[in-house]
Design a protein around this ligand. Sequence first.
Ligand SMILES: [Zn+2]
Length: 274
Amino acid sequence: MAGHPFAHPIGVHVGPGLTDENELLGGGPLATAAAMDADGVQIFLTDPQSYANPKPRPDADDLRASDVMVVVHAPYMLNVATTNNRIRVPGRKLLAAHAKAAAEVGAYGLVVHGGHVLAADDPAIGVDNWRKTFAYQEKDGGFPLPLLLENTAGGGNAMTRDLDAIGRLWEAIGEHGAGFVLDTCHAWAAGWDLATAVDDLRAITGRIDLVHLNNSRDPHGSSRDRHAPLSEGEIPTELLVEVACSADCPVILETPGDRPAHAEEINMLRTALG
Ligand SMILES: [Zn+2]
C-alpha cells in the first residue's frame, strides 16, 4: 500500500472485475475506484461461497503499485473456530491461501469473520482454535499481512458478535497481532450502542483497523444482516458519521447502490470527516 492522498481513505466493496477466464473486465477494481473517486476498494479473490484457492490476478502488479487502498475479504463460510475439523482444517488452509494472495496484491489487510461454534460447544474451544490458527501459521512464518477480524451480526456462540466474546478472543489472540474491522450494521444488529462502540471496542482490542460503514434495514438488536445505504436505514446517518470520525481509520462501504450512489456517499463522508 502506497501513501494515500486522504487521511481517512474511503473505499467501496466492488466486484472482482474479472471474467470467468480470469481476464480483467472493464479495467478492473482500479477503474471502478476511479469512476467513484474512491480512495480504496475491497474485493473478494474468489467466489465468497467457495473453497476454491485464489488464482493470481492479472492486475496484481497494478493493484500493488496503486495509491488506491486494496482490502481483501475472505470467503464467508470460512470458520476456523469450529469444533468440526472437516470445516476447520480446510478453513485454515484457505485462510492461509487467501492471505498469501492478498499480500500479492499489496492489500492493507485480509478481512475475516470470527466464525462460531455450535450451541452445545464450549466457546472457549472456538477461542483456542483461533489461537491455534495463528500459532500454526507462525510456524510457517506468520500471516504475510494483517488479519482483520470482523464483528458479526448474529448467531449463537459466535466468536465476534458480542463485546464480551471479543474480549475473551482477544485475550487469546491479541498478542499475535490480529487487527479488527468494526461493521456498523453488524454492531447495530448485535445490539451494541453505536455511540460508544468505538471506545468500547478499543478498550478491548486496543485498535480498530477498518470500519465497514453500513446502514441497516432492520431494527437495533435484530441479529439481521441486511445492509442499507448510509442515508436510508434504521441507523441515524449522523451516528454512522460519528463512528467513522471517532474510529479514525480507513472506511469501506458495503452499502447497496450503483457507482453514482457510492460516489455520492463517498463525497458526503469526505465532507463530513473533513
Ligand atoms: Zn462487513
